[in-house]
Design a protein. Structure first.
Length: 87
């Protein structure tokens, strides 16, 4: 709806886990120069609960990529860094 604004209000933000390439941004913000490139393979994610066992397990990852995570990294950095002049 044009001209309509919304208010979203949180009592709290709870973060249970931070993985690679993650961030938490609250409020009006803009992040310049952030770049993240990665690839992860996982064959077993874990066990939860009580009294569980894993026996005689075999985990196999078949990853036949010739190039993992091809990256075209042409970032545009809009911020300007200045170096103080010696007096």
């Amino acid at each position: 709806m044009p001209g309509t604004s919304f208010l979203v209000q949180f009592d709290r933000i709870v973060v249970n886990a931070m993985e690679t390439n993650s961030g938490i941004f609250v409020g009006t913000n803009l992040q310049y120069g952030w770049s993240s490139h990665s690839k992860t393979n996982a064959s077993f994610s874990g066990i939860s609960g009580e009294g569980h066992q894993v026996t005689r397990n075999v985990n196999v990852i078949y990853d036949n990529d010739l190039i993992d995570t091809p990256i075209d990294d042409r970032d545009v950095f809009l911020s300007k860094q200045t170096v103080p002049q010696a007096s």
